[in-house]
Design a protein around this ligand. Structure first.
Ligand SMILES: NC(=O)c1ccc[n+]([C@@H]2O[C@H](COP(=O)([O-])OP(=O)(O)OC[C@H]3O[C@@H](n4cnc5c(N)ncnc54)[C@H](OP(=O)(O)O)[C@@H]3O)[C@@H](O)[C@H]2O)c1
Length: 344
């Protein structure tokens, strides 16, 4: 029987992608949609300015959006996908967990908390068991699980693939799509014919989340990876797909050919939304490109290319679809992992 799920922040850019992917999902049944008080009481069709590339599913369009409070969500809903602004997530996600709901969240609040699992299932599924520590410490019946920032998700799988060579120093420079800032995020006057070399708080997220994701969990505590990471984040006028240039210095010698092989053979999982191949490595020097390659693996895979040796170590480019693999798809995959691991 399908698990009854809800979407918090269902009318937003990520909420819409969640609905697009959850509605046909055989294991999940959408039973609650929440948003701000200004949307509450309207049908979803009235409340959401629908902007994704398929029509609003009919039954979803007729559902009534509620306020984002535990009392508004039916008790028989087990799993909530959260795509709220982080300031709102920080306020309400703990209330939902306390009320017994398991929350798989995109929002950046609590990602770095010691007892909150930050998970990319193919990379660190074992961190999910931090839930036991969290429940002991917070006394929750529910649980809070986070997926990382969209630009962190793009490069960390490539690092995981070469981690056995000993990651020492990582430099990453991003070229991020406008959809990453939400529909109202960057005005057209700012971004057309331009690039903006600053995205508030983004660099810190790449630098800290990557070390948590590649850290080790001993069943009680999580230690962060000791590599040093330096990030520089840029907004560019693409719609979807974050492209990143990465330089990695490793303890052991790592040739571009060995790195390509390690990335190609890095295993995916057999969760429903896992791509068959997690990392696609292009041989052409001018790939991956956002417009051409953001939908590899249905938007759930990572594309890489341009591997070469430089005085600063191995250099390569990587790309992921920021609202699918980087947001909605990421928390959906965490929902599938929660289901597979018996947390629902
Ligand atoms: N866009 C991306 O690529 C991306 C990637 C990774 C992570 N994220 C994160 O995901 C979250 C959502 O991003 P987004 O781009 O989808 O934002 P968005 O388009 O602005 O949507 C925000 C959603 O939250 C609701 N909301 C706003 N204020 C609220 C309040 N006071 N109480 C309850 N609900 C409220 C909105 O409802 P109304 O329609 O009623 O206002 C809407 O449903 C953010 O934390 C963001 O950082 C985004």
């Amino acid at each position: 029987m399908a698990v009854r799920v809800g979407v918090l922040g269902a009318t937003g850019a990520v909420g819409q992608r969640l609905i697009q992917h959850l509605e046909p999902h055989p294991d999940f049944d959408i039973a609650a949609l929440t948003a701000s008080d200004s949307s509450a009481g309207k049908t979803y069709r009235q409340a959401a300015k629908w902007r994704v590339d398929s029509p609003i599913p009919n039954d979803i369009g007729e559902m009534t959006v509620t306020a984002t409070e535990p009392g508004e969500v039916p008790d028989d809903v087990d799993l909530l996908f959260s795509s709220l602004p982080s300031s709102i997530g920080a306020e309400v996600e703990p209330d939902f967990c306390e009320a017994g709901y398991v929350v798989s969240s995109n929002s950046s609040n609590s990602r770095m908390a010691d007892d909150v699992p930050l998970v990319i299932p193919e990379i660190n599924a074992e961190h999910l068991d931090l839930i036991e520590v969290q429940r002991d410490e917070r006394g929750w019946d529910g649980a809070l699980v986070k997926n990382p920032n969209c630009s962190t998700i793009t490069f960390v799988p490539t690092l995981a693939a070469i981690a056995e060579y000993g990651l020492e120093k990582v430099h990453v420079s991003t070229l991020q799509a406008v959809s990453g800032a939400g529909y109202d995020g960057v005005s057209s006057m700012e971004i057309i014919d331009n690039a903006i070399p600053y995205i508030g708080s983004e660099e810190d997220k790449l630098e800290t989340e990557s070390r948590k994701l590649l850290g080790e969990f001993d069943g009680a505590e999580l230690s962060h990876n000791e590599m040093s990471v330096s990030a520089s984040c840029n907004r560019i006028p693409t719609i979807d797909g974050h492209l990143e240039n990465v330089w990695v210095e490793t303890e052991d010698e790592l040739t571009p050919a060995d790195a390509a092989e390690a990335m190609r053979s890095f295993p995916s999982l057999d969760l429903r939304s896992s791509p068959e191949q997690l990392i696609h490595v292009f041989g052409e020097p001018d790939r991956p490109q956002p417009r051409m390659d953001r939908t590899v693996g249905g938007g759930m895979a990572i594309a890489a290319g341009g591997l070469q040796e430089t005085p600063f170590g191995l250099q390569y480019n990587c790309l992921a679809h920021n609202t699918i693999r980087g947001a909605a798809g990421a928390s959906m995959l965490n929902g599938e992992l929660l289901l597979e691991n018996g947390y629902l």
